[in-house]
Design a protein around this ligand. Structure first.
Ligand code: IPM
Ligand code: MN
Length: 359
C-alpha cells in the first residue's frame, strides 16, 4: 500500500480546530482509496514560541524537509505583535517557505455554485470566475536586503528592498506558463513597471520567457489596474502571474469573489522536495476556539496536496465533491451565511457533514 508522510502544522488561532476536522476527513479518504497517511504533528507559530522561544524550531523544520508534504492550518496572533520581528510567527512562515525553496505559490479561485449569493459582488459578474494566482513566494520585498529601521536626527527611518533577479523571475514565469497550458492558455502578468525598475525587469523577463510558449496569450497589467479589474470583470482572468507582495494583496481580493476567504486553498511548490499546502486565510484569533471557523479552505488545500503531491486524483476529486455536496444542501459556516434559508453550522458540524459523504 502506498504510504505518505505528512507533517501537520496546526499553528495558532483557529488552526487546531480546522486541523482536527481536516485530519479526520483525510483519514477517511485514505481508507476509502487504499493509501496510508502518517501524520507527524509539530509545533509552529505561537505554540512553538511558547515552548521553544522561536516560531520555527529546528526539529519542526527538519520534519518538514523529510516528509512527502507539509499541511499547515494558519499562524499568527496579535499577542505576538510586540515581539522582535525574528520571533514573530509570520517570520517563521517566511523562514519555512525560504528553507524549502517554495518559490511557486498557486492560489486557485473558483466559485462553488451554491455560494454565488455569499459573494459581495453581483452574480452576473462572478458566476464564471475560474482563475489562478501564481505568486512568487521566496523573494521580492518580503526578503530583499537591505531592510531595517535606523535612528536619524529627524527621528526614525525604516526601509525594505523590492528586488528580483532575472533567474527568480524566469523560474516563476515558467511555472505560470506550464499552469496556463493545462488551463485556458491565458496569462496576465501583474507589475508596476510604470514606476518600479524591479517591475520593468519582471515585465522584460516574462516577455522573454513567453517566446518559448507561443501557444499562450500573454498580457500585462499594472497592479492598481489589476486590483480594479478583479472586481470589475474577474472572468477576464485565467492565470495571474505576479510577485510576492502584489500576489499577497491580489489573492485576498480574489478570495472575496468566492464569498469568503475561508474558501481559498493554496499550494507552495519547489522544483524538488516537499510542497506546503495551506489555506490563504489567517488564524482569525477573534473566533478561535468558538467552533465558528470554516474548515473548507484547509480541506481544499488538503485536496491540492492529494492531487499535486501524491497524485491521488480520485481521492482529491471525491473530497472536493463531498464539500460541494454539503454546500449544495445549504449548510454554511458563519462566514458564508447570507440568508435565513441557510443551515448555519459550526466548524465541527461542517467537518461531520463532509465526513458523512466519504463512505
Ligand atoms: C499569506 C499570508 C502571509 C503572507 C503572512 C501570514 C506572512 O498573508 O500567505 O497570504 O503575507 O504571505
Ligand atoms: Mn496574505
Amino acid at each position: 500500500m502506498q504510504s505518505y508522510k505528512v507533517t501537520l502544522l496546526s499553528g495558532d488561532g483557529i488552526g487546531p480546530e480546522i486541523t482536527s476536522v481536516t485530519k479526520r476527513v483525510l483519514l477517511l479518504i485514505s481508507k476509502k482509496y487504499d493509501f496510508d497517511l502518517k501524520f507527524i504533528e509539530m509545533p509552529f507559530g505561537g505554540a512553538a514560541i511558547k515552548n521553544d522561544g522561536v516560531p520555527l524550531p529546528e526539529t519542526t523544520l527538519q520534519e518538514c524537509k523529510n516528509c512527502d508534504a507539509v499541511l499547515l492550518a494558519a499562524i499568527g496572533d496579535p499577542k505576538y505583535d510586540q515581539l522582535p520581528r525574528e520571533k514573530r510567527p509570520e517570520t517563521g512562515l517566511l523562514k519555512l517557505r525560504s528553507s524549502l525553496d517554495l518559490f511557486a505559490n498557486l492560489r486557485p479561485v473558483k466559485i462553488a455554485p451554491p455560494l454565488i449569493k455569499a459573494s459581495s459582488l453581483k452574480e452576473d459578474y462572478i458566476n464564471k470566475v475560474d482563475l489562478i494566482v501564481v505568486r512568487e513566494l521566496t523573494s521580492g520585498i518580503y526578503f530583499g536586503e537591505p531592510k531595517g529601521r535606523i535612528k536619524t536626527e529627524a527621528g526614525e527611518r525604516a526601509f525594505n528592498t523590492m528586488t528580483y533577479s532575472s533567474d527568480e523571475i524566469n523560474r516563476i514565469a515558467e511555472v505560470a506558463f506550464e499552469v496556463a497550458k493545462q488551463r485556458r492558455r491565458k496569462i496576465c502578468s501583474v507589475d508596476k513597471a510604470n514606476v518600479l525598475d524591479v517591475s520593468q525587469l519582471w515585465r522584460d523577463q516574462v516577455t522573454l520567457i513567453s517566446e518559448k510558449f507561443k501557444e499562450i496569450e500573454l498580457s500585462h497589467q499594472y497592479v492598481d489596474n489589476a486590483a480594479m479589474q478583479l472586481v470589475r470583470n474577474p472572468c477576464q482572468f485565467d492565470v495571474i502571474l505576479t510577485s510576492n507582495l502584489f500576489g499577497d494583496i491580489l489573492s485576498d481580493i480574489a478570495a472575496m469573489l468566492t464569498g469568503s476567504i475561508g474558501m481559498l486553498p493554496s499550494a507552495s511548490l519547489t522544483k524538488k522536495g516537499p510542497g506546503l499546502f495551506e489555506p490563504v486565510h489567517g488564524s482569525a484569533p477573534d473566533i478561535a476556539g468558538k467552533n465558528l471557523a470554516n474548515p473548507i479552505a484547509m480541506m481544499l488545500s488538503a485536496a491540492m496536496m492529494l492531487k499535486i503531491a501524491f497524485k491521488e486524483t480520485n481521492a482529491a476529486n471525491h473530497l472536493e465533491k463531498a464539500i460541494n455536496e454539503v454546500l449544495a444542501e445549504g449548510y454554511r459556516t458563519a462566514d458564508l451565511s447570507s440568508s435565513d434559508d441557510n443551515k448555519l453550522v459550526g466548524c465541527f458540524e461542517m467537518g461531520d457533514l463532509i465526513a458523512e459523504k466519504i463512505n
